[in-house]
Structure formats: structure tokens, C-alpha cells
Design a protein around this ligand. Structure first.
Ligand SMILES: C[S@@+](CC[C@H](N)C(=O)[O-])C[C@H]1O[C@@H](n2cnc3c(N)ncnc32)[C@H](O)[C@@H]1O
Ligand SMILES: [Zn+2]
Length: 412
């Protein structure tokens, strides 16, 4: 097949595929090549796709049935084709893109991988396509939303197109709104207020999941996050969709707010849909508390699902294995941890202290009999229930300064 723009044959996972030759569309390294090419392909998202292969395989083992999958925003088709070739127990994949050239390239890639019998390519608006699969018995086991920027325009139709107990995978790359640089855009797209804190990536993920839970609840449907990660310029969530009004009510009870004091770095959470009755004064220093939300205050990971993913990781050979190993190891440490994390840079900068390593601080806190772990969200992040004032004392101790007061150890 001939394309009227430069292309090249690439390999990812077990798939050989044609993609636009990205170097031909930019004149300098600063330019973002995937956005300039006539068909979308981003090599930096290979890690995202590798983890998706692991998550879908874990899900398939969990439900133990043949899966139907829809990738409604597919670009050159590499993700959906990888699912068909690399995930065991996949009966059919629908790959779709509204762009004519992407549609042609995805069709070509399906045929060179000789999987025409199991992968169908459409050229449709994603919402129209998903809506045509919203009726009972037509719905998919898995929908993977991987858009430009925000997935919010597609959430409603994706949820309606997933069967009871099915899996929704979602990427959001619009980190400027989600991390509080563009407040109004975040309120518009996710219905929650972001906060420019050092742990904004976790808040971003919680805003995304919160908005999905809210959309799902309108359809008397709940979400159960089984795996999430924040990597490079995006956040990604995997959620099991369960039908039923009671499930939806229970799910909404996991919504709430994170309160944050920019003065002493104290933070707390408040469950429920309103902030009524909460003073905006920090209980620690009397400073003014700001807030993020409404957002998801429930868990970001499911331990059993995580273990299934680790087993798949051991079985599969992936190009991004080294980075995935690091992400999975850190998530293994933090999956039952408290909400939010302290970032050492922020505390040390505020208190004019040299910076110890996150590992040292975790050990020190554990040595005091309290819980602490690192986080995959930030290389210098520490997750602990220890209050900010005690955390600061630990930091002072770690760098050889005397802490005057006793450190009160709280256990969960
Ligand atoms: C980020 S790219 C997809 C990348 C792909 N999922 C991957 O892993 O390589 C988003 C794609 O969505 C397509 N798109 C945007 N709006 C759409 C719509 N309303 N319906 C269908 N496709 C759409 C674009 O043409 C683009 O190819
Ligand atoms: Zn305070």
C-alpha cells in the first residue's frame, strides 16, 4: 500500500507495523513530532502500551473468558493490534480512528500482521461507534481510551459500551489542567478543582477517576480502580465497571476533597460531596487551607489485580521492562498506603535543609514504628500518615540536626 507521506516499518512488542517517519515532519528536536505527522504514532508511549498489555492479560486471567476489546481512538493501530497478538484469550478487537489516513494505515497494519479475522478497523466518530455498541449483549469486555489530551468527551459513551464487570482503560495527557496550571479547564473537563501542590500528579489521577465515577453513577454504574500510574506526561487508570445503583452509591461515597495548607504543608481529606462545616483554617498553623476536588479518595490499586500483573510481567518480554519493573516495585510498596505523599524537595527548601534520600527517611520512620513507603509518583516522595510537623522533625534528624520535641508516632 502506498501512502503520500514518509513512512517506516517499526517493531513494538510482537508487532511489526507501518508508522509515519516522524523525523521527516520536524526541523528541530524541540518540535513534538507525533502531532505534526498525518497519522498519530508516539514511540514514547510504548511503555504505556506495554503496561496495557500486562493489565489486559491480568484482566483476562481474572475473568477467565474470551475478550472483546475496543480501541476507539487508535491512530496507526499499534495498540489494538498488540492486544490481538500479545494478550491470550482475545476473540475480537475493534480498532477505530476518524482520520482517513489513520484508518488506511491501521487497516494496512492489521493485514500485514495477518489478523484480519480477529481485528476490524472502522473510520467513525468514537462516540458514535461506542454508542452503537451500548445495547446489552453488544457491549465490550474492554474499552481503551487513549486520546489527545483529555478523555472526558468520550467517557459517557465508553461506560455505556462496557459490559457489567468489564474493564475501562483511560489515558489523560492534559496535565496542565489536571495539575492546576489551567484551573478552569480542569473544572470544565473533570468537574473538580485541581491544586498546584508537589503531589499534583496523584491529585490529577484522583480527579480523573473521580470524574469517571461521577459519569458512571449517572448510568447506575460503579468503578473499581484496579491499577493506575503516572508516567512522564500523562496519567493512566484501569477500572472495573460494575452495574447497579447500590454499587454506584457506594462508589460515590469514596468521593471527597483533599485540604492542603501551603504554609506548613499539612494536609487532610474530607469525604462527602460538600465542604460545608469545614473551617478553612489549618489546624496545625492557623494558615488558610486550600482544597482540591471533588475527587476520588478510594484506592488507586487492587492488590489481587496488581499480583496478576506482576505474574504477567515475569512471563512477558517487554522492551520497557526495566522501567516497568521500577514502577511495579514502587506501586507494590505504596498500594495500601495513605492518600498523598510528602516531597522532600519541598520540605527541605522550606526549612533550608540539605536533602536526604527518600529511602533514608522511609527507614527512619519505620524505625520509629510508623508506616512509610516510597511512591512511583515522585523519586523524592514519601507516603506516610505522619503529620507534616513530625515529618519535618524526621528530616532534621536525618541531616544531623537536633529535634527538640518528641515525635508522636501515630498508627493507622
Ligand atoms: C493519541 S492518538 C491515539 C494513539 C493510539 N491510541 C496509540 O496508542 O498509538 C488519538 C487519536 O484519536 C483520533 N481521534 C480524535 N478525535 C476522534 C474522534 N472523535 N473519533 C475517532 N477518532 C478520533 C485522532 O485521529 C488520533 O489518531
Ligand atoms: Zn498549616
Amino acid at each position: 500500500m502506498e501512502f503520500d507521506f514518509p513512512t517506516e516499518v517499526l517493531e513494538e512488542g510482537e508487532v511489526k507495523f507501518l508508522a509515519p517517519k516522524l523525523s521527516a515532519f520536524v526541523s528541530s528536536r524541540q518540535e513534538y513530532a507525533p502531532a505534526k505527522a498525518p497519522v498519530f504514532y508516539n514511540p514514547a508511549m510504548e511503555l504505556n502500551r506495554d503496561i496495557a498489555v500486562l493489565a489486559l492479560q491480568a484482566y483476562q486471567r481474572f475473568v477467565n473468558r474470551q475478550l472483546t476489546i475496543c480501541e476507539p481512538l487508535a491512530g496507526c493501530g499499534v495498540r489494538g493490534i498488540r492486544f490481538a497478538k500479545e494478550v491470550e484469550g482475545v476473540s475480537h478487537v475493534i480498532v477505530n480512528d476518524i482520520n482517513e489516513k489513520a484508518f488506511q494505515m491501521a487497516k494496512f497494519n492489521v493485514s500485514i500482521n495477518k489478523i484480519n479475522d480477529r481485528v476490524t478497523v472502522f473510520k467513525e466518530d468514537a462516540n458514535l461507534l461506542l454508542s452503537s455498541y451500548a445495547a446489552p449483549h453488544r457491549r465490550f469486555d474492554v474499552v481503551d481510551l487513549d486520546p489527545f489530551g483529555s478523555p472526558s468527551p468520550f467517557l459517557d459513551s465508553a461506560i455505556r459500551a462496557i459490559r457489567d464487570g468489564g474493564l475501562l482503560a483511560v489515558t489523560a495527557t492534559d496535565m496542565a489542567p489536571l495539575c492546576g496550571v489551567h484551573l478552569k479547564a480542569c473544572l470544565r473537563k473533570y468537574g473538580g478543582k485541581p491544586l498546584r501542590t508537589e503531589y499534583c500528579h496523584e491529585i490529577a489521577l484522583r480527579l480523573l477517576i473521580g470524574s469517571i465515577a461521577t459519569v458512571a453513577a449517572r448510568h447506575e454504574t460503579s468503578v473499581h480502580p484496579v491499577f493506575s500510574h503516572s508516567t512522564d506526561h500523562y496519567v493512566r487508570a484501569y477500572l472495573i465497571i460494575k452495574h447497579g445503583a447500590k454499587n454506584a452509591d457506594k462508589c460515590l461515597s469514596e468521593m471527597g476533597y483533599i485540604l492542603h495548607c501551603f504554609s506548613c504543608l499539612h494536609r487532610e481529606t474530607v469525604k462527602g460531596n460538600v465542604l460545608l462545616g469545614y473551617s478553612s483554617k489549618c489546624p496545625e498553623c492557623g494558615g488558610k487551607m486550600d482544597y482540591a476536588g471533588p475527587l476520588w479518595l478510594g484506592k488507586l490499586w487492587d492488590s489481587h489485580f496488581y499480583m496478576l500483573m506482576v505474574e504477567e510481567f515475569k512471563r512477558k518480554k517487554l522492551k520497557c521492562a526495566k522501567r516497568i519493573y521500577k514502577i511495579l516495585t514502587l506501586i507494590g510498596e505504596e498500594l495500601n498506603g495513605p492518600i498523598g505523599y510528602y516531597v522532600l524537595d519541598r520540605f527541605c527548601e522550606k526549612a533550608h535543609l540539605p536533602m536526604p534520600s527518600a529511602k533514608t527517611i522511609v527507614e527512619l520512620i519505620k524505625g520509629l514504628g510508623s508506616e512509610a513507603c516510597r511512591t512511583h509518583f515522585h523519586p523524592n516522595g514519601v507516603r506516610t500518615i505522619m503529620p507534616a510537623r513530625d515529618f519535618l522533625k524526621i528530616l532534621r534528624k536525618a541531616v544531623g540536626l537536633n529535634s527538640d520535641d518528641e515525635i508522636a508516632v501515630e498508627s493507622r
